[in-house]
Design a protein around this ligand. Structure first.
Ligand code: NAD
Length: 314
């Protein structure tokens, strides 16, 4: 495994992070024992940062992750979770709910402190409230020693930029924004880094779009993006390579991101993911993929309140 600094936090994290959303059955039913095994194997392979949220599987992912981490040296991993999102359309960025949410996460995860707490999918909230109420509530929890670092997550980079410019943040996380399909997070990164904010890259497989199984039904990608991803999967299959291998090797490579979160509730998949993240994709195959994807490059889908994504930005 290779390690990188997590911005200015003083922490060092693996360049591949474990995204625990599949433990909540987000991509289909899972066997809890298999999920726990996936976490254990991933940690043994050197991954030392884990991202979760109360939203994943309506608290199930945190509960299963808490069981998986029982008995594991607390100092050996960096644990990140979130506040603010509790269901499909259930957002609550109030200070009171934020404090309660952190207490609940601590109990489910079986720990007395969280390394990173992020406001989850801020584009669905009132950004002024997140700046003026949610983040100050998290800062008080940090002063009380319950959490160490603070960040925000979301899909539209405009919303992340706005909050990062208003409040000092330790991290920002975006997903599906640095993949074979979309490179926008790389363009935005220097602005965050200049503020001392670490950039976390999530969903290198574009939430399953860049896998042989393909995207789940709820996936927000427009049809032309789904078709392009299928064409890439077919091309990779013809060359005898798993599309997930190319997608992961590509997305995890840039050192400008502290880590890239990938998720699976299957230990064998995670062992492959660790290998693939460290492997360089074949340049000829990458060239051919680039040609196929040119017409849909950086095609973003709408997410959250329209006022949080100014026209012409995404
Ligand atoms: P991903 O791109 O990692 O894709 C996950 C899907 O790919 C799952 O269906 C999984 O089973 C499958 N997969 C994983 N490894 C595979 C392999 N080797 N072969 C074939 N299929 C494989 O997307 P993700 O899980 O959404 O993102 C990773 C993590 O990033 C999440 O678990 C979460 O922690 C974080 N994330 C955060 C946000 C947010 O804060 N708003 C959004 C998205 C993701």
């Amino acid at each position: 495994m290779r390690y990188r600094p997590l911005g200015r936090t003083g922490l060092t994290v693996s360049m591949l992070g474990y995204g625990a959303s599949p433990l909540g059955g987000v991509f289909g039913r899972i066997d809890e024992r298999a999920g726990i095994e996936a976490v254990r194997v991933t940690l043994e392979l050197g991954v030392n940062i884990i991202d979760v949220s109360p939203y994943y599987g309506a608290t199930t992912a945190e509960t299963v992750l808490g069981r998986a981490l029982r008995g594991v040296d607390r100092a050996s991993y960096v644990l990140a979770t979130k506040v603010g999102r509790y269901g499909e359309a259930a957002f609550d960025f109030s200070a009171a709910r934020t404090v309660r949410s952190v207490e609940e996460s601590l109990a489910r995860l079986g720990t007395d402190h969280l390394d990173l707490v992020q406001c989850h999918d801020i584009e669905f909230g009132d950004l002024d409230r997140i700046i003026g109420e949610t983040l100050p509530a998290l800062a008080r929890l940090r002063d009380a020693g319950k959490i160490r670092f603070i960040g925000v997550t979301g899909y539209p980079l405009a919303a992340l930029r706005r909050v990062a410019a208003a409040v000092p943040l330790d991290t920002v996380l975006s997903y599906c924004r640095y993949t074979l399909l979309d490179r926008a997070l790389a363009t935005a990164e220097p602005e965050f880094t200049a503020r001392g904010t670490a950039v976390l890259n999530a969903s290198p497989l574009a939430m399953g779009l860049l896998s042989r199984r393909g995207a789940p039904d709820w996936h927000p990608a427009p049809p032309e993006l789904r078709r392009a991803a299928t064409a890439v999967a077919d091309l990779c299959a013809r060359r005898g390579v798993d599309i997930a291998r190319v997608a992961l090797g590509f997305a995890a490579a840039p050192t400008r991101f502290a880590t890239t979160f990938v998720g699976s509730a299957d230990a064998a998949n995670m062992a492959r993911n660790v290998r693939w993240a460290l492997s360089e994709p074949d340049p000829d195959l990458l060239d051919d993929i680039e040609k196929l994807l040119t017409p849909v490059r950086d095609l973003a889908w709408p997410s959250g309140r329209p006022e949080n994504t100014p026209i012409g930005e995404a």
